[in-house]
Ligand binder design. Sequence first.
Ligand code: HEM
Length: 145
Amino acid sequence: MYEIVKTLHSYWAYLVLIVLAIAAITAIVRTLGDKEYEANDFRRSLFALIVSHIQLLIGLVLYFVSPRLQLFIELGMGGIMGDSVNRLYLVEHPFVNILAVVLITMGYSKHKKKLTSNAKLKTIAIFYTLALVLFLSRIPWSTWI
Ligand code: HEM
């Protein structure tokens, strides 16, 4: 179970980062170009929302089936916070990614309420780019790539 969920989480991460990067960069370019908000803008932002929520769910399952969870009993909170690798996997990665998914959700619902194309695109550009930076900041690069 753990290995299957971890593999799924690991590969789905590529999809999340690619889809989110396309949505964020396109929104930045179209905001700066003062473009009209189109159906494809809506589709990109919705697809990024959906894939990141799925990754959040897979991550939550992974968190509770991972043998790492045992470390909370073995090392205690102090022991985990004192070790950068365990702190990343058990604290920083989950919490920062949950925060990033909250930003994507806020950006999506706020942009829908905006009335002008520029305001819609700018909202997606800001919230999705922030989320992308947060995701990239807490990826366990040493084990993933
Ligand atoms: C939503 C965006 C997220 C992305 C892009 C992401 C990405 C990744 C990546 C690339 C890895 C490394 C996989 C590997 O070593 O092959 C990983 C591991 C992990 N992720 Fe996430 N993750 C996300 C959210 C979450 C969330 C919300 C949680 C928990 C609540 C979580 C829990 C974990 C755990 C526990 C591992 C380590 C698995 C292990 O090696 O035992 N992830 N994640």
